[in-house]
Design a protein around this ligand. Structure first.
Ligand code: PSU
Ligand code: MN
Length: 304
């Protein structure tokens, strides 16, 4: 039944059939996370990095009533330029397919589509989480619930401090989601290597993470794994500076009445403006770094 809606590119299909490593990539980062043309340049670069490591990249989006797994260069370009693409989380998938709209998948939706296609590793920039004051607004990304039920490992640079990182980690702990620091014990905060919060778990190699994935799922411990891979030191921003910009941007969002699914894209765009592009540069660097680690994890997982 599921395969009726999933359309894999020929490269992805062959790799999956032959048991070769594949890495899923999300599309919201392209449509709502970065401006054109940096979005398309990054999307292509990330695919290149993964291919260089002998792994097949599979960018995921909804088009023509299908879940497309592995996009052509034309499809990527179209998504990167379009301004009418729907940001799709779990709740939106069925309606966007029914209406045959263009849909960009968030972390939650990409996990669902990757699992439907049989992909176990997914690389992104940062995960959604509990927003600041989430305990009263109840703005908690559906990414967190998804991580508790869908068996895909998500390689990210942590979560931004536009979120409440402490509450995000508490939520993940409650739902039994392993958060593993890659070569660190501290959960990274996207633009910075530090967040002030420990992961509780850490791994020193892609092989160890691949082993943890295998054991978790062999034990039928349902759900995903978060791998927190800190941004390289040379690309990290100063914590004091970015914290200040984030505080100002959150105030601007409040004043402009930005809510719900528009919040994250609004904050990303504003941060890019007020930092004169520094946040975008760091965002690109960390996604590329995640692609390297994610490809290594996929290669190790499929070798077992
Ligand atoms: N964080 C980023 N860039 C992004 C996102 C998060 O640094 O593009 C996107 C991801 O697709 C993530 C989504 O799944 O935002 C979370 O949105 P929300 O908070 O509305 O659940
Ligand atoms: Mn939200």
């Amino acid at each position: 039944m599921i395969s009726k809606y999933v359309e894999c590119s020929p490269e992805v299909k062959t790799a999956l059939e032959e048991g070769k490593p594949v890495v899923a990539l999300e599309s919201t980062i392209i449509t709502h996370g970065m401006p054109y043309p940096e979005n398309i340049e990054t999307a292509k670069k990330v695919e290149e990095i993964i291919k260089e490591r002998g792994v097949v990249p599979a960018t995921i989006a909804l088009m023509d009533g299908k879940i497309k797994v592995g996009l052509t260069a034309e499809e990527l370009e179209m998504l990167a330029k379009a301004d009418d693409v729907v940001k799709v989380s779990r709740r939106d998938i069925a309606s966007v397919l029914a209406e045959k709209l263009y849909g960009a998948t968030t972390v939650a939706a990409t996990m669902i589509c990757a699992e439907a296609a049989g992909i176990k590793v997914f690389v992104t920039g940062g995960i959604g989480g509990v927003h600041r004051n989430g305990e009263t607004t109840m703005d908690i990304s559906a990414d967190l619930q998804e991580l508790s039920k869908t068996n895909v490992a998500v390689i990210c640079a942590g979560a931004k401090s536009i979120l409440d990182i402490g509450l995000t980690l508490e939520y993940l702990e409650t739902y039994g989601v392993p958060v593993i620091g890659y070569k660190t014990n501290e959960f990274p905060a996207f633009y910075t290597r530090e967040s002030g919060f420990e992961t509780g778990l850490s791994a020193d190699s892609a092989k160890k993470i691949a082993e943890a994935m295998r054991i978790k799922w062999e034990l039928n411990l349902q759900g995903g794994i978060v791998v927190g891979n800190p941004v390289p030191q040379e690309d990290a921003l100063s914590k004091e500076w970015i914290d200040q910009l984030i505080t100002e941007s959150l105030e601007a969002a409040e004043q402009e009445g930005i809510r719900g699914k528009d919040t994250t894209p609004f904050l990303l765009d504003r941060l890019k403006e007020v930092s004169q592009g520094s946040t975008l540069k760091t965002n690109i660097a960390l996604v590329e770094n995640n692609a390297k680690v994610g490809a290594d994890i996929a290669a190790a997982y499929y070798k077992n």
